[in-house]
Design a protein around this ligand. Sequence first.
Ligand code: PMP
Ligand code: GLU
Length: 384
Amino acid sequence: MSREFADRVTRIEPSATVAVSNLASELEADGVDVVDLSVGEPDFPTPEVVSEAGKDAIDEGHTGYAPSNGIPELREEIADALGERGLSYGADQLIVTPGGKQGLFETFQALVDEGSEVVLLDPAWVSYEAMAKIAGADLNRVDLTPYDFQLEPALDDLAEAVSDDTSLLVVNSPNNPTGAVYSEAALEGVRDLAVEHDVTVISDEIYDRITYGGVEAPSLGALDGMGDRTVTLNGFSKAYSMTGWRLGYIAAPEDLIDQAGKLQSHSVTCATHFVQHAGVTALRECDEFVAEMRDEFAERREMLADLFGDHGVDVPLGDGAFYMMVPVDEDDQAWCENAIEEAHVAMVPGSAFGAPGYARLSYAASEQRLREGVQRLADGGFLG
Ligand code: PMP
Ligand code: GLU
């Protein structure tokens, strides 16, 4: 039969990060040894204490539906954790979601209509564009590439993009895919524009605990005037290496929680009940785990900068997350395709993030695999 699909799906592409990682897995299933530096997934097992808490929660019978917005115990714990970042959200200003992605999805659906304007800062994580388009947004993109991926020097450009017509602005620091951490002054600039034009801002802080060299990532919602206009997104995937558990949350003003909560109740109902109990343990007991993982990432980041430097490639380093943007050919798509097919090294084309000419490398891989990856790229003539 000839089937017509809705515009909201035909106007988007599959996630490039997920697609490259799927391709790497397929090649591996065919027996190819792929150095997979594509997906942003910590290469550490979930802390044992968290896994035990999840198992205990199953044994204790927490296997039914949970309250749609999340179990009170976890929401209280999250509100406390946000408080430590200077954010004052109450437990009733939170929705616990099956992964941060679902929280973002609900936020876009709640705020963006057909023709609404959404402003993104490029390079931007692939799913913002897709989620905005699904909701019918017109995208307005500000390119931070000329400013070494930093926001502060781009504030004038941002001021030109944001207007009274803007419905939503998305800020992500520490940033995927660049690793950039935006300064307090940059966030104050965002605040001033948001207040002037009455704009709601998503602050995606999912990498907030992964920063280097003593740098801390300030939180937008903690700035004066931003409490009522910020949706703070965070989750457990990255900080606690819990990608497959699917656990995240949005913290937002109550009117937005009411609207987004309707979407949650009619779609996924709730985040998995026993997983939420594991989340409580992650927040209470895993600071040391986070610190150790962060130290390991810090060493890899330095090592990679040196290795690329040895091959004459100057890679701009951010102060957070576990990604770097490697400058490659103008046609980054073709570069990535050839790198995976010929050198068996998987990276994600920068174009997918609005940054052509780069490929994103995730250093959530062992030091040995990272060395192997760079060596293969060099041997294959991919580094100039
Ligand atoms: N935001 C950013 C910037 C991300 O990189 C990710 C990665 N998955 C997410 C949100 C969502 O993560 P998750 O759904 O696993 O919580
Ligand atoms: N956020 C990670 C990445 O950028 C995981 C995949 C995804 O959700 O996009 O690779």
